[in-house]
Ligand binder design. Sequence first.
Ligand code: HEC
Length: 130
Amino acid sequence: MVKITWISLVASFVVYTVFINVLCHNKTPTPLTKEINQGWEIWQNKNCQACHQLYGLGGYMGPDLTNSTSKVDVAYIKAVIKSGTSRMPNFNLSNKEIEKVVAFLKWVDKSGHSAVDFKNVHWTGTYIID
Ligand code: HEC
């Protein structure tokens, strides 16, 4: 009896793992380019994460930026980074550096969602991206 239970648990685990990874995982990750990497470096050097979250992790003074490039106009994003706001410092980034940060934010945006919208949760526990 113990053996049957054990075997069926292992079999369920294997079937479920294959199901999730092969059948449900149809999204290929966007490859990292040099520009995205440089944007990431600026993000780290300027410590944007101190005030902003990515995937819900980071500081809470500013908004979560995981899906910023699809939620707000990219021109607005560039303008905020260029000039700062009353609460966000101006980091004196050049237009080229801003392009790199935006490329990084676009890459992050494609990689996932920060807040889970419950209507998109599949019964398998995976998240459906529409
Ligand atoms: C000292 C805290 C702080 C730091 C550091 C900071 N920000 Fe911000 N940021 C904010 C706040 C606060 C806002 C919201 C606008 C406001 O209320 O002034 C904001 C807004 C933004 C927005 C607009 C997002 C939206 O949805 O409106 C972007 C894009 C942004 N920041 C990018 C960056 C980047 C890139 C860096 C690093 C180079 C950075 N921020 C560093 C505080 C910060």
